[in-house]
Design a protein around this ligand. Structure first.
Ligand SMILES: CC(=O)[C@@H](O)[C@H](O)COP(=O)(O)O
Ligand SMILES: NCC(=O)COP(=O)(O)O
Length: 250
């Protein structure tokens, strides 16, 4: 089966939030992506609500239900709730996303920049993963290349999402070969442990094909920042179709 594309709409929310109104409209953006053939929608609401917000999560979960596609909700399960942010687990309980991707970031980070330390976080993750699985979510854990992904399987996760930021940086520097072996080995270890493999962060039209050619068994990529930026030049539907052309048959 070929790789699936989930479009992350956080950056559409950033643009909307910059003026405080309703445009650009996330639901319209989601429908445009799905009409163009995207396989799902991802959002990563942060406790400080700088990107997608509580009401966006509800609306986009509804769109994905209508289309019969995967809604992938990302977040830090350890971040406490606060005004305007119910907390990751509470959001999952509310909308029951097809996939819940747990990411260990905090508000101080500009964006996600590392995966879990599975040894350290194992005891805390285990009951959360079990609860999410009980809700019917596929549970994916954000993972660095080189991390102990066999422990992610022992924790009860269904998939890992490889944090591809270091690959994107190496690619941009003209040295993708320095990063790829770690991703290849980690993807193999995940598959051997019975985990599915997702990938995301700073993937783009430029670097995606080489990643998928090298790293075995990737089932889904979630792409936002580059895709929304490229859409400024070429349009959202056209850009989604270009990503689909890159992943098709891989
Ligand atoms: C887990 C991950 O890599 C993405 O969710 C990323 O954090 C989204 O990027 P933004 O920082 O643009 O929301
Ligand atoms: N999980 C990664 C994601 O959703 C999008 O990351 P990016 O393409 O915005 O860097």
């Amino acid at each position: 089966m070929s790789v699936r594309l989930s479009v992350n709409l956080n950056k559409v929310a950033v643009l909307r939030n910059s003026r405080g109104g309703a445009e650009p409209d996330l639901v319209r953006a989601a429908r445009t992506c799905l009409d163009a053939g995207a396989h799902g929608i991802t959002v990563h609401p942060r406790p400080d609500a700088r990107h997608t917000r509580h009401d966006d999560v509800l609306a986009l979960a509804g769109v994905c239900r209508d289309y019969g596609v995967e809604f992938n909700l990302e977040g830090n399960p350890f971040a406490p709730p606060r005004s305007g942010y119910a907390g990751f687990l509470a959001l999952c309980e509310l909308v029951r996303p097809a996939q819940a991707t747990l990411v260990p970031d905090d508000d101080a980070q500009l964006t996600s920049d590392h995966g879990f330390d599975f040894g350290r976080d194992e005891a805390a993750l285990r009951p959360l993963v079990a609860r999410l699985a009980d809700l019917g979510c596929r549970v994916s854990l954000f993972a660095d290349a080189g991390s102990d992904v066999a422990r992610a399987a022992a924790i009860g996760a269904h998939r890992i999402e490889l944090y591809t930021g270091p690959y994107a940086e190496a690619f941009a520097a003209g040295r993708p070969g320095t990063a790829l072996p770690g991703f290849i080995a980690t993807a193999r270890a995940a598959s051997a442990a019975g985990l599915g493999v997702n990938a995301g962060h700073d993937l783009s039209q430029a670097n995606l094909g080489a990643f998928l050619d090298a790293v075995p068994g990737v089932e889904e990529v979630s792409i936002g920042h580059a895709l929304i930026g490229e859409a400024l030049y070429d349009g959202l539907a056209t850009t989604v179709r270009r990503y689909l052309a890159i992943i098709s048959g891989r």
